[in-house]
Design a protein around this ligand. Sequence first.
Ligand code: ADP
Ligand code: MG
Length: 697
Amino acid sequence: MAKVNEIFGSMVFNEAVMRERLPKETFKQLQKTIHGGKSLDINIATVVANAMKDWAIEKGATHFTHWFQPMTGITAEKHDSFIAPTTDGKVIMEFSGKDLVQGEPDASSFPSGGLRATFEARGYTSWDPTSYAFIKDNVLCIPTAFCSYGGEALDKKTPLLRSMEALNRQALRILRLFGHKDVKSVNTTVGPEQEYFLIDKELYEKRKDLIYTGRTLLGARAPKGQELEDHYFGSIKPRVQAFMHELNAELWKLGILAKSEHNEVAPSQHEFAPFFTTANIAADHNQLTMELLQKIAKKHGMVCLLHEKPFAGVNGSGKHNNWSICTNTGINLLDPGDTPSENAQFLTFLCAVLKAIDEYQDLLRISVATAGNDHRLGANEAPPAIMSVFLGDQLTEILESIEQQVQCGNKEHELLRIGVDVLPKFPKDTTDRNRTSPFAFTGNKFEFRSLGSSLSISGPNVVLNTTVAQSLSQFADVLEQAENFEEALQKLIRDTIIAHKRIIFNGNGYDSEWVKEAQRRGLLNLKSTPDALPYLICEKNVKLFTTHKVFSETELHSRFEILNESYVKVLNIEGLTMVDMTRKDILPAASKFAKHLVEVALLKKQLGEDVNDTYETELAKTVSMLTAQIYSKVKALESALIGAKEVKGISKLSTYYRDSVFAAMNELRAVVDELECTMDKQLWPYPSYGELLFGIK
Ligand code: ADP
Ligand code: MG
């Protein structure tokens, strides 16, 4: 491999390339757009487009695309070549300013939740200059936002950018009060840790469930799972190492800060983490990472599973969204700092986060709610569905002493005065990480740990940014009016702690006691996606998003539709796949096995009393009994699927799918798995859990 610093960013039209290739004045104007949000003049766009095209062609690109993130959760691209015909039968390479800044893809086949009628199918993509253009597979990709003809957001990027802007506005108000005149903007930073499975491609192709749904709908446990804890951080197998090697190189070329990689808890499970960056770029990069994980795995004869729960009985895969707030001058606002004033500021932002999580537990839960993730949350392998904040003992003690108005660690002394006393220094990296908390403070950032592995990180960050912006705006309203800032701040922080301390929980989130305790505290426990989604459009949340101009009410309703629809569609596909597998493969295999057993038993009987046919006869009975049960349960599943047609209303429908279809699937699976354990291996139509999980040598 070439030197990392040579390949890093080599496929990205980044600031260094811009500086080198753009006229000075154009570069300056573009920087103002990128960093200051100034809108870009079309003449400037033309110069930029031209430089971009020349650069891309030199790198082998033949096409360009507006790369966007529709509500499918994955990315979309439609390639256009640079060619334009000339009168002499040749072509020239063209790429205009208009091509760069705006596209008009047909939006009619993307989820819109009723926003887009087919007669106004047009959608618009518009360039997001804050995320660099890059080349992927000889295509110049321009990161864009995607909206409808009427201007409503149809994608995941637009609300994320709006939420970052909301947080910027409110955080600046607070920073002004703390006397930061030099700070021009505030950004959120994100580093997502990504879990995934790698399994052998040949085995994958033999399983319809993996192909259609990304998870095994059936499958008896292997004798060994993750109980020996021998996979976590274990030495990486050569085939996986080769894959990671190529992955890193490809990510680095795209300017993605690929940093760490290791084996995860479950067999065949791994984790990847980049160095953190600005939230919208982190979101773009994570989408690209997921795409490359899958693409490069195939080249190595493997398939990368990003499903939240590909296998029953071993851990599923999640994503940890490490999140913080940072000024353009490089100050991490969630870093406690050394001076009294820095500490006061830290406590203000910390309290803003506590208030946000407590008041908008529902939105946080919704931001990670999908059919796939429902398998993990609350199943003692990922945080519970109850939202809470882990602060660690030290920080909690400080908040308690502020609340009780006593000096920290020495309760007889006078009160701890915010902005006057220096807080004790916290160790940055608290080693006793609480792995069971959904939202943990980790020294200078928060780690939101409830995301599913395939999720776009955009949604959770939209919620974090907007809800914290809301807390900050309320804080600023109070503090801006205050006659004595110090006193007002002291009171504000204390009041916030008193009002929202119920959200702090440092104990074991997997403990059943916590469920009861959380209930006593009045915290929400939204166990499944259909339970959570209705909260999205309640008055409080509509007000939040419209006040901060992150979603209009119409947009919010459209997201509500889309989230419900996709939940229903996922379960419908899973149900149909299960019916297909059972009827076409499992039942015929069971009959074949029974036939074989019966034939042998009969033959043995013909030989007379001396030949024992207990095994064949008993097993024939068991297999026949299980087969009959499977037959009846698959019919029940079919009726449940048909019954869905009678259910009116999207919320009722998703509840129906959970209670009827999903329940019927679980019943069927239990018997099929039992059958698998009794069957002749040669006759079982699918690779086993053992082969799938331990198949990579
Ligand atoms: P772990 O949580 O496994 O202990 P680390 O503490 O090394 O791992 O960090 C995990 C992720 O958090 C990395 O992607 C890292 O870049 C990111 N991270 C570190 N600091 C920040 C920050 N200020 N803002 C956002 N993400 C951050
Ligand atoms: Mg982590």
